[in-house]
Design a protein. Structure first.
Ligand SMILES: Nc1ncnc2c1ncn2[C@@H]1O[C@H](COP(=O)(O)OP(=O)(O)OP(=O)(O)O)[C@@H](O)[C@H]1O
Ligand SMILES: [Mg+2]
Length: 265
């Protein structure tokens, strides 16, 4: 039996003395596509960051591929796309250059890109549907396309475990479908995916397991439920969208359900 790509036992996180996560027990199976859901502030990003070691636990343990986090060194096996990050670093970079950065963990320092690197970059770009934009500057892409560049960058490292924090936030319906296609490709390759999302839209059919957080605890762990598909507190999300100064289309266009109106659970 293959080892769990990520396991949290009795995990707790306190930030500034305030408990933010409590009693987290979560074992993700190899190849599983897990949606991590729940309202704003429920602890989703904190949990994903704890899985990468970016946010230390105050109690409990995280293991990656059977190895306690503190001893884990095989970071090439893990791809992480943080929340609301921008592909733009201030330095004008092309799509190709940005995605090639995802190969860094696999390359010896200062070696030029080899054939295997080029293949991985090309197939990552194909998987997210941006092969035709490889030579374009990242800044000329839309927000949703930039998000796909970041996913391609993570993909290019050929990780086995993907941690994606709200890749669909502020992404229009067309780009959400492109993203869903890319994620389906990942899933077909056997990757394990932990994806944070408020609304799943076209990603919903990929989800094997839904974990719903509330006030720093896991409230539900199992099947994707009808109630988890509603667009709860979407308005809060929109307010912070300026963090990546991107063109953002109406995110709910063409999606079932329309904007949440008083549907906070
Ligand atoms: N750096 C920080 N300093 C202080 N408090 C923090 C910090 N990061 C998170 N928190 C708090 O921890 C709690 C959980 O935050 P977290 O970002 O994990 O929520 P979330 O579920 O990802 O929310 P969202 O849907 O808005 O992204 C919140 O109450 C938040 O205020
Ligand atoms: Mg978050």
């Amino acid at each position: 039996m293959r080892l769990s790509p990520v396991e949290v036992s009795d995990g707790a996180v306190a930030i500034g003395g305030r408990p933010v996560l409590r009693g987290i027990d979560l074992t993700v199976a190899p190849g599983e596509f897990l949606a991590l859901m729940g309202p704003n502030g429920s602890g989703k990003s904190t949990l994903v960051r704890a899985m990468t070691g970016l946010r230390p636990l105050s109690r409990g343990q995280v293991t990656l591929f059977g190895t306690p986090l503190a001893e884990f060194r095989d970071w090439r096996r893990v791809g992480f796309v943080p929340q609301r990050s921008s592909a733009e670093s201030g330095v004008p970079a092309s799509v190709w250059e940005t995605v090639s950065a995802g190969r860094l963990t696999r390359r010896r320092l200062l070696r030029p890109l080899g054939a295997a690197d080029r293949r991985a970059i090309t197939s990552a770009l194909e998987l997210v549907g941006l092969a035709d934009r490889a030579r374009d500057g990242v800044g000329t892409l839309s927000g949703g396309q930039q998000q796909r560049v970041l996913i391609a960058r993570a993909l290019a490292g050929e990780p086995e475990l993907f941690l994606l924090d709200e890749p669909t936030a502020g992404v229009d319906a067309l780009n959400q479908r492109a993203l869903a296609d890319a994620l389906r490709g990942l899933k077909d390759l056997g990757a394990t995916v932990v994806l944070v999302a408020h609304e799943l839209g076209p990603i919903a059919p990929l989800v094997d397991r839904a974990v719903v957080m509330r006030d720093g605890r896991i409230e539900h762990d199992g099947e994707l439920r009808e109630q988890d598909l509603s667009h709860h507190d979407h308005h809060h999300r929109r307010a912070g969208a300026g963090a990546h100064a991107l063109r953002v289309s109406a995110p709910l266009d063409g999606l079932a359900g329309g904007p949440a109106e008083g549907r906070r659970p």
